[in-house]
Design a protein around this ligand. Structure first.
Ligand SMILES: Nc1ncnc2c1ncn2[C@@H]1O[C@H](COP(=O)(O)OP(=O)(O)O)[C@@H](O)[C@H]1O
Ligand SMILES: [Mg+2]
Length: 263
């Protein structure tokens, strides 16, 4: 039976309700605590000794720190810009991603499998932004399999329906169908240390690259996140000669490696 899918294309202004409610919670709670802390300190200033005053001031600073952390996370969201959309060889993005991912699972009991189906594909994306999206999706998969026996994450890259298709599948905790529509909402998180900005930034970046994300999940079974992005047309892809105009002497002595240079 297929898993319920939520596409980032289905986001609507209804989500503003949850965003405002989360904002009120995230900024309102520490602000309230700060107010109470300062009120108690002011009312009892004469009776408190230096040690107690210092403790109250430190508590107030911690509460300001929480608001700061939250505002920093918001900055990450609106600064997630796309600078440079152009033909990018999928193999280059993939190699960087696989290397980073292997480092991340090195000390963990996670089996990481990856398939690059077509190393000749070129996407029309911002390479750095696409890599950031992949990293954030992978980090979520790592979090999701934290308590899974036989934890496994599989990544796939290839072509489907005239698009570049990149997927990350895990066999972790999954998401209840009732919460599926929330995963792209800014600030929605189920993690103690989460910001709830990973997938919303991913959605924003993919949208700017004329792509989108599909998120399908089953509780206690796992999650598949699929990134769809435009392919670069053949006419857009630089010729090999243009990429390597004049091989230097030492390189020209080496035999060509098949598939290393893209199409
Ligand atoms: N692979 C996954 N498996 C299970 N739940 C996930 C997965 N990816 C995302 N989620 C859910 O979506 C929420 C939002 O994710 P994200 O925006 O990256 O924020 P964060 O990772 O900071 O919580 C997560 O807190 C989690 O509940
Ligand atoms: Mg995340």
């Amino acid at each position: 039976m297929p898993s319920p899918v939520f596409s980032s294309r289905e986001l609507s202004l209804d989500n503003l309700d949850s965003i405002f409610s989360l904002l009120r919670h995230e900024l309102g709670n520490p602000l309230n605590s700060l107010k109470i802390t300062l009120e108690v300190l002011t009312q009892n200033y004469q009776h408190f000794d230096d040690e107690k005053r210092l403790a109250f001031l430190q508590r107030a600073l911690e509460q300001v720190g929480r608001q700061h952390k939250f505002l920093d996370a918001m900055k990450t969201y609106y600064r997630s810009n796309i600078f440079d959309i152009r033909p990018v060889p999928l193999s280059a993005v993939w190699n960087a991603f696989v290397h980073q991912s292997r480092m991340k699972v090195l000390e963990k009991q996670i089996d990481f499998k990856q398939t690059l189906e077509d190393p000749e594909l070129w996407g029309l994306v911002d390479g750095a932004a696409f890599n950031r999206v992949l990293e954030m999706v992978f980090d979520n998969a790592v979090d999701a399999v934290e308590n899974t026996d036989g934890a496994c994450i599989e990544a796939f890259a290839g072509r489907s329906n005239g698009h570049m298709k990149v997927s990350v599948t895990d066999n972790g905790c999954g998401v209840e169908p009732d919460y599926l529509h929330k995963v792209f909402t800014p600030l929605y998180t189920t993690k103690e240390e989460g910001t709830g900005l990973g997938l919303s930034v991913c959605q924003r970046l993919m949208d700017k690259m004329n792509g989108w994300i599909e998120f399908s999940s089953r509780p206690a079974q796992g999650t598949e996140v699929v990134l769809w992005a435009p392919l670069a047309g053949k006419e857009m892809v630089p010729k090999i000669d243009a990429l390597h105009p004049e091989p230097c002497e030492s390189e020209s002595a080496e035999p060509d490696e098949a598939g290393a240079d893209g199409p």
